[in-house]
Design a protein around this ligand. Structure first.
Ligand SMILES: NC(=O)N[C@@H](O)C(=O)O
Ligand code: NI
Length: 165
């Protein structure tokens, strides 16, 4: 019997075990450029490890997932963090899991608004990009360099995400 998952709103506090939320948080705001610009400072930190590792900036164009959606696998990047910031102001899902002895526990599903991004910490279990409403572009900051930066895990039974919208 598949396990039905619930969907939680994305908040900095709830997401803290998995990484950071990238949003215009007033607590991080400061004015720069003689007051012309508001800087929301250090919302997240990109981390890459290993010789010749570099931080790169990409755009991912995600096709919307169909719901209900069966989560059958999770992945993680042992050598670097990975952030996703939406460009189209469309909601999307950040799906993460705690590590339980080298494998992901049950997924947690966070509904992000179109103005919320996340930075998955290095080696944090997550599901690949989950666009929801329409084809969606994301700025993605992650790692380029030698070494295997992808570990995948496949669950024995699926976890099902209901339609989030
Ligand atoms: N493969 C790839 O670069 N994308 C995944 O890491 C992902 O989290 O979407
Ligand atoms: Ni990833």
């Amino acid at each position: 019997m598949p396990h039905m998952l619930s969907i939680e709103p994305l908040t900095k506090e709830a997401f803290a075990p998995f990484g950071s939320v990238i949003e215009t948080d007033p607590a991080s705001a400061r004015f720069i450029n003689n007051g012309n610009t508001e800087r929301f400072h250090a919302l997240a930190r990109a981390e890459v490890i290993g010789d010749d590792a570099k931080v790169i900036i990409n755009i991912f164009r995600g096709q919307p997932r169909a719901f209900p959606y069966a989560v059958t696998m999770m992945e993680r990047h042992p050598l670097g963090s990975q952030s996703f910031s939406p460009l189209d102001n469309l909601p999307w899902l950040a799906v993460v899991a705690e590590d339980e002895g080298g494998r992901p526990g049950a997924p947690r599903v966070f509904l992000a608004s179109g103005r919320q991004g996340v930075n998955y910490g290095r080696n944090v279990w997550h599901h690949p990009l989950m666009a929801v409403a329409a084809v969606s572009d994301f700025i993605v900051v992650d790692r380029e360099g030698p070494g295997n930066n992808l570990e995948e895990f496949f669950y024995d039974e699926p976890f099902v995400i209901p339609n989030p919208l």
